[in-house]
Design a protein around this ligand. Structure first.
Ligand SMILES: [Zn+2]
Length: 337
């Protein structure tokens, strides 16, 4: 629970009542969750409206747990004891875009908050059942990162075997998910990292080329590898520190798909690069239930193996946020209950 914005110490363990599931909702006894940049920004009070939530609030996007109770009107396919994860993207369901079935463009959507708790209530429409074989840590690391990467590459950029996908920060939660999705689609993958440890960790995902994004010749290496063409899809989630090079290494007629700005959201854009190369820039935010149901098949089959950096008990949430901000952990930080 946080009652005010600030340093990791504002995260406090508190006893709160177990919530009741309403109509169409599931009460989930949580097994695990993961820490996302979004949680850190909300905790700090990021000024962008996308990160505004009313306080006090329980943070946490990724729900992974066991159904304890179903509210009225829930599909009987959801049974007590089923393990579930949930899409954190919650459209309003009432506006003109929602009525047209365009849920992903709902201007009034919210992102789920509340997984840093022993119990969570989620809309049953957002849940999918997990195979018993999926490790809990993999499931907890999955929703935010993999639904986002899936919509960016499959839903928006229509990735396929003819593509070369450039993935910034390939050992981040989103970056490692993108490598797995792009490889599944049969694309060639070039991935970047910035420290010796991260560069060697990247090898476990077997991208076709690994580049160091702190080296001045990074763009040149990408252009050499692609015989001067560049990447047909650039997977952006870094923003300020990477945007100019994203334009430079994107192929003529290529696509930049972006869903994040971890290094800062104000970029200087040489617009001539964009129109001369006839680049498409696509924004993407989380993903649809189709993105979740399509991607979760590959989690259930064991193909997706989210990169886990560290696992801590929920009680150590303050330490988990400190580690997230320090940036030294490679892979997702998982909280177990
Ligand atoms: Zn709506």
């Amino acid at each position: 629970m946080i009652r005010k914005h600030g340093e990791p110490g504002v995260l406090r363990l508190e006893d709160i009542a177990v919530p009741e599931p309403g109509e169409g909702e599931l009460l989930v006894k949580m097994l695990s969750t993961s820490v996302n940049h979004r949680d850190v920004w909300i905790r700090k009070g990021h000024p962008h409206p996308a990160y505004y939530v009313d306080l006090p609030t329980v943070l946490g996007v990724d729900v992974c747990g066991v159904i304890e109770k179903a509210g009225k009107g829930v599909d009987p396919a959801f049974k007590e004891g089923n393990r579930v994860i949930a899409n954190p993207y919650i459209p309003c369901g009432k506006c003109e875009r929602c009525r047209r079935g365009e849920f992903q463009y709902c201007p009034y959507f919210t992102v789920y908050n509340g997984s840093y708790a022993e119990y969570a209530v989620i809309p049953a429409n957002n849940a999918v059942i997990l195979a018993d074989s999926v490790p809990i840590a993999h499931a907890a690391a999955f929703p935010n990162s993999y639904i986002t990467a899936w919509q960016m590459l499959v839903g928006k950029a229509s990735v396929g075997p003819a593509d070369t996908v450039f993935v910034w920060a390939g050992t981040s939660g989103l970056g490692s998910a993108a490598i797995e999705v792009a490889k599944l689609a049969g694309a060639k993958v070039i991935a970047s990292a910035g420290t010796e440890a991260k560069l060697s960790m990247l090898e476990s995902y077997q991208p076709d080329l690994i580049v160091d994004h702190y080296k001045p010749d990074m763009v040149e290496r990408v252009m050499d590898y692609t015989e001067g063409r560049g990447a047909s899809i650039v997977f952006e989630h870094v923003g300020k520190a990477s945007w100019q090079r994203t334009l430079e290494l994107c192929a003529y007629g290529g696509t930049i798909v972006t869903a994040g700005a971890t290094s800062g959201d104000e970029v200087v854009m040489d617009i001539t690069y964009a129109f001369v190369k006839q680049i498409r820039v696509l924004g993407s935010r989380l993903g649809t239930m189709k993105d979740l149901s399509d991607s979760v098949r590959h989690l259930n089959s064991g193909y997706f193996k989210p990169l886990i950096g560290k696992t801590l008990p929920l009680e150590d949430i303050v330490q988990a946020h400190e580690l997230m901000e320090a940036g030294g952990i490679i892979g997702k930080i998982i909280l177990e209950y």
